[in-house]
Design a protein around this ligand. Structure first.
Ligand code: NAD
Ligand code: MG
Length: 291
């Protein structure tokens, strides 16, 4: 079982990291379903690319997909190699192939190259999970968001997602799918995440619109909108006071674990279970509304 309210700490220990953040430096280390996720062959024989698959929600998706029978390619930033290797080992433990692809996806060429390598190494592609993302919380006004920060947020969250999807589409056959990682921030934006929240609203719009375009080819496009999830992104980009109380403002009163988000990505990827599900955004928010 994934952790639930009873065994979850109410407050996280004070901690900070530099982006992108590493798993082993977190207290507590997140639950990615290592001990709990049980596969049932839902993705048997499929091939998935998960960006940001080294850590957090991406690692939990990689574990779940592998235990459901999929081969997996993961991308991550070169400095996240220790996390990438740990995820790759977990996929291998599940008896599936893991292709590790370090790359900075803020450049168009890197996205095109990543897709070509992933498809070549996996021998095709059935599932694209656009999961990589970046944010940096700020305490100052909109005037203080630097062009560099705005550029990094837009490039990581939107441009890379767009470029990877463009590069993927010609490889995707009928029955395949794209799943984007959105956020509760698309619906209930925090002032401190003005730029990031805007990218997540755009991802929702992109998701429904692309679902309309690709529906006639029987390619499904969906998104998951997580609430506050305990991942390296948080201590690396939020002030320490926010980290300590992280997730307490949800109806369930706590942050979620990556292991609690991955099943939504499994459902949406499953050709049998989600065969008629496209153009939707599935909330995994601890009770906050997604409308
Ligand atoms: P995470 O830090 O574990 O994962 C984010 C990953 O994005 C990193 O591991 C990194 O590999 C990748 N990434 C960042 N910049 C990149 C770049 N320039 N090039 C290539 N890869 C890059 O954190 P996470 O919380 O699991 O984040 C995964 C997704 O979940 C993100 O899209 C995030 O916006 C979304 N999300 C997270 C939360 C949360 O509370 N943690 C809530 C809603 C949505
Ligand atoms: Mg990481």
């Amino acid at each position: 079982m994934a952790q639930t309210g009873d065994d979850q700490p109410q407050e996280f220990p004070a901690q900070q990291q530099e982006p992108p953040g590493l798993t082993d430096e977190m207290q507590p280390v997140p639950d990615h379903g290592e001990r709990s996720y049980q596969g049932h062959g839902r993705l048997a024989g499929l091939k998935a690319l998960i960006t940001g698959g080294d850590s957090g929600i991406g690692r939990a998706i990689a574990i779940a997909y592998a235990r459901e029978g999929a081969d997996v390619a993961i991308s991550y930033l070169p400095e996240e190699k220790p996390d990438g290797e740990a995820t790759a080992a977990l996929v291998a433990e599940a008896g599936q192939r893991c292709v590790s692809l370090p790359a900075d996806l803020t450049e168009h060429r890197a996205c095109v190259d990543l897709m070509e390598t992933a498809v070549g190494e996996l021998g095709g592609l059935d599932i694209l999970v656009n999961n990589a993302g970046y944010q940096m919380a700020r305490s100052t006004g909109i005037e203080e968001i630097s062009p560099e920060q705005l550029d990094r947020v837009m490039r990581t969250n939107l441009y890379a997602l767009f470029w990877l999807t463009q590069a993927a589409v010609r490889h995707l056959k009928p029955g395949s799918c794209i799943i984007n990682n959105s956020s509760i921030q698309a619906y209930d934006p925090s002032v401190s995440l003005l730029d990031y929240a805007a990218t997540k609203a755009a991802i929702n719009n992109f998701t429904v619109n692309l679902a309309a375009e690709l529906g006639p080819r029987n390619i499904r496009v969906n998104a998951v909108a997580p609430g506050p999830i305990w991942t390296p992104l948080q201590p690396a980009t939020q002030p320490v006071e926010k980290v300590k109380a992280f997730g307490q403002d949800t109806p369930l009163g706590r942050a979620g674990q990556p292991a609690e988000v991955a099943p939504a990505f499994v459902f949406l990827a499953s050709p049998a279970e989600a065969s008629y599900v496209s153009g939707t955004v599935l909330g995994v928010t601890g009770g906050k509304p997604v409308f």
